[in-house]
Design a protein around this ligand. Structure first.
Ligand SMILES: Cc1cc2nc3c(=O)[nH]c(=O)nc-3n(C[C@H](O)[C@H](O)[C@H](O)COP(=O)(O)OP(=O)(O)OC[C@H]3O[C@@H](n4cnc5c(N)ncnc54)[C@H](O)[C@@H]3O)c2cc1C
Length: 366
């Protein structure tokens, strides 16, 4: 016997959908959008455990980037050349898709270019020697010449990448939500899914409440292994802070340091956003709990003081953490779990560029 629900509520609770997406981040909402565009009559539902998405899509740094030479060289230690080339191309094309779908104005997109800074001359020498190699790759992948170029920024040796820019992640997600709502996609917030039955096509909230669908897309990124135990996606916490308004700001654009582990950008004309440093304490940061690691924060404060030389009186005015999901090779997973279920997750810290494209591919695979 069921005690909680009335017989009338059965039609509300146990509806059958054509597609249910679990996770309302960039990947999940994009899967819903592209599926609904192709299938206007389909009944589509997106569920998320939060009042807003609470993972990475609204907590990232807003870098629209395809990767630095330092990051590529480091990735080649764990992945094949072929896979890395594919990922760079996916990131490039993913950014074009994101900009076309959301629109630059709607998400404050600014095509600033990106700089990778080198303080250690030996490391710079290795990167510089690889500029022509990666420029050749880029020509092969996207048909454009001289993407990477050696420059000096504020007296620091750097490699400039003219393909990159910055955006407002909150505005991007807000617009994506509006596009979905306009097409009639349903959303159910505050709905943590406890279990998925991929064979029956059911997502289970608790013993009385479940939703079923012909197809389910699991787009829960760092939290996927909790629902689908066979998929190993390791959580990685990321930390970001934003300064107060500064009298003058010498850094305009997106900047990376140390294989992309440290990153910063201007936020408007007066503030700096600085984040990363996960490699300072990698074991502690392999967590899906939000929170701030004081050692990492201390390192980033030191970096802001010593490398960025922020003007006197600067301080942290906002800070937060978000959770990324890493696969072993750093390539995202798009796989069929059963006839009713697909997993699209593991964006490994590159989801601004890859999330929408992965969601679109998931919608196609459905
Ligand atoms: C601090 C930080 C900085 C970053 N900076 C950048 C950057 O500058 N550029 C870049 O390209 N990438 C960046 N990233 C990575 C990027 O944000 C992610 O790769 C991308 O947002 C992943 O999107 P997603 O939709 O796959 O996952 P998420 O945005 O994490 O969405 C997953 C959703 O699933 C929901 N969920 C989880 N479990 C359940 C459950 N059981 N039931 C219901 N819902 C559930 C969560 O609430 C969440 O909303 C950064 C990430 C962090 C954390």
């Amino acid at each position: 016997m069921k005690f909680r629900q009335s017989i009338w509520e059965d039609v509300l609770y146990h509806q059958k959908y054509d597609l249910i997406v679990v996770g309302a981040g960039l990947t999940g909402q994009s899967a819903a959008l592209f599926f609904k565009k192709e299938n206007p009559d389909a009944k589509v539902l997106v569920v998320d455990r939060g009042v807003f998405p609470i993972g990475a899509s609204t907590r990232n740094a807003g870098f629209a980037c395809i990767g630095t030479i330092g990051e590529h060289l480091s990735d080649l230690e764990i992945d094949s050349e072929e896979q890395l080339k594919k990922r760079i191309k996916d990131r490039y094309e993913g950014l074009i898709l994101l900009r076309e779908t959301i629109g630059d104005d709607a998400m404050d997109y600014n095509h600033t270019g990106g700089w990778e800074l080198y303080i250690d001359p030996d490391k710079y020498k290795i990167a510089e020697e690889n500029i022509s190699r990666f420029n050749y790759w880029m020509e092969e992948l996207i048909g454009e010449q001289n993407i990477y170029e050696p420059v000096v920024y504020n007296g620091i040796t750097s490699i400039y990448n003219r393909c990159e820019g910055m955006l407002h992640p909150g505005k991007a997600i807000k617009k994506l939500y509006e596009l979905n709502r306009a097409l009639g996609v349903e959303f159910r917030w505050n709905t943590p899914i406890k279990e998925i039955d991929p064979n029956e096509g059911k997502i289970i909230v608790d013993e009385l409440l479940y939703f079923s669908a012909d197809k389910i897309v699991v787009a829960t990124n760092a939290f996927t292994s909790k629902l689908l135990k066979d998929y190993v996606i390791k959580p990685g916490r990321g930390y970001v802070f934003v300064t107060n308004e500064l009298n003058h700001l010498n850094w305009k654009g997106t900047f990376h340091y140390d294989k992309g582990y440290v990153y910063f950008r201007n936020l408007g004309d007066k503030r700096v956003l600085l984040g990363g440093g996960r490699n300072i304490d990698p074991n502690a940061e392999e967590t899906d709990e939000f929170g701030i690691n004081e050692d990492i924060k201390g390192f980033l404060l030191y970096f802001a003081e010593e490398v960025l030389e922020l003007p006197e009186g600067w301080k942290v005015e906002y800070e937060w953490s978000g959770i990324m999901g890493f696969t072993e090779s750093k390539s995202a997973i798009l796989e069929k779990v059963s006839d009713h279920c697909i997993v699209a997750a593991g964006l490994s810290g590159m989801g601004v560029a890859l999330g929408m494209q992965l969601g679109k591919k998931a919608a196609k695979a459905v």
